[in-house]
Write a protein that binds this ligand. Sequence first.
Ligand SMILES: Nc1nc2c(ncn2[C@@H]2O[C@H](COP(=O)(O)OP(=O)(O)OP(=O)(O)O)[C@@H](O)[C@H]2O)c(=O)[nH]1
Ligand SMILES: [Mg+2]
Length: 511
Amino acid sequence: MTTFVDRITLFASAGNGGDGCVSVKREKFKPLGGPDGGNGGRGGDITLVVDPNITTLLDYHHSPHRKATSGRAGYGDRKDGPSGDDLILKVPNGTVVLDKDGNQIADLVGNGTVFIAAQGGRGGLGNLALASSKRRAPGFALLGEPGEERALILELKSVADIALVGYPSAGKSSLIAAISAARPKIADYPFTTLVPNLGVVQAGETRFTVADVPGLIPGASQGKGLGLEFLRHVERCVALVHVLDCGTLETDRNPIQDLEIIESELAQYGGLEDRPRIIALNKIDLPDGAAMADMVSQELRDRGYEVYPVSAASRQGLTELTYAMARLIQKSRAEAAVEERTRIVLRPVAVDDSGFTVTPNADGSFTVAGAKIERWVRQTNFKNAEAIGYLADRMAQLGVEKELFKKGAVAGSEVRVGKGDDAVVFDWEPTIEAGAELLGARGDDTRFDSLWRGREIHHDQLSEEELARQWEFSVPDPHTPAIVAEVINDVEDVAEDAAEAVEELTEELTK
Ligand SMILES: Nc1nc2c(ncn2[C@@H]2O[C@H](COP(=O)(O)OP(=O)(O)OP(=O)(O)O)[C@@H](O)[C@H]2O)c(=O)[nH]1
Ligand SMILES: [Mg+2]
């Protein structure tokens, strides 16, 4: 059974946002107490977190589809719906996140590093939050947004300081077992190691990790043996140790030739040229092994390598080898100390999404595209005329209508928001002042209070105090329209200011 998987595709579906609620407060003697529909809850995110206890992506190989719970719809009586739970997926240190086209999105190194793989949908605002002085009792609420759905490739690139490379049966796993507490499988047949092993080594003051990778053979770059696939686990290492087998019984092999073959395979893989290399001549406990090591050491030193004759079996030379490794690590850590890695929360999408584009199409229609606008469309319940009117207002406020005018749209033009099959198609009915004047057309949106309407509303709402003032001005009938208009003018200013403030706040909340 496989217990190690280092590349999987994860299908992450974040939770949907709950819908906002439309509700009107009802009390005894006060049947219309104002809107009190709460907001929908946020959908849960799917978050990847580096956990030191996880060493494989096996779990995700078995169950690659992961879903966070959705937010619940809002309730009446000002109660918001509960949010969905975030789903936290533990991944090994060194997990690389790629999109489905293979572009790297994140590299998760360091315990506790967090990556939001899929963002939960926002909850829709309830009619309470949508109420303003202009829109006192909205008969609509915003829909919750669908959660993000992403297919991500997770690839594990082990985080080891030193990598052991060499032929099968050269003794790489034996070396790891001899210098660390790791207990990898060791046997005298090739390809004993099928997945990388990691061990922690302490040499003097320095502590570092060593990994071996499955053995390489000539033609590995063409897929012979286990191929070069596992060299991914070597990519992050600081230095390579060539483990050369001095005791092999194969007569057509010798350590120098082995080294050259492994080097040419590494070159095929690419990207490891700058890593310092040292050489371990293994199996010097065997008489033939010791003789062979003696024979080739000088030649290898002449080629510029540090050479360490060792035996994983008798532990000869291991201290010298591990201290040599430690020196390389210290040197690289001293250099790296300057560019300290920080843990960051990586977000899948850019934060600024307020831009939009308006493009005229060949068939006379117009396409409006932009993250924010497309989100607004998703939040809109198209069965509710008021909700559609609200969407139109928001778009006008963002300047979409102006832009449509500039690009030559007229009343009745087809406007598509979004691209492809998901696009929502409107017959455009301009609501902005300029457009309305130009075309003499205006939507039947009731929130566009005409002056007359506005006055009527205020008329209905005269407070006790206002009535008293009219009494003071000795108005015979407190409801005389002329006077009402005068009195109301300043009330209207106040209301307008308040409306603006509420509008701004609503904007802020829906962002
Ligand atoms: N005599 C002797 N035998 C050794 C020494 N090191 C390893 N061996 C033997 O060599 C064989 C292969 O050892 P492994 O550690 O499994 O070799 P490997 O390089 O990990 O091999 P793969 O995992 O197949 O690539 C085993 O039978 C070991 O007992 C050594 O220093 N001396
Ligand atoms: Mg091995």
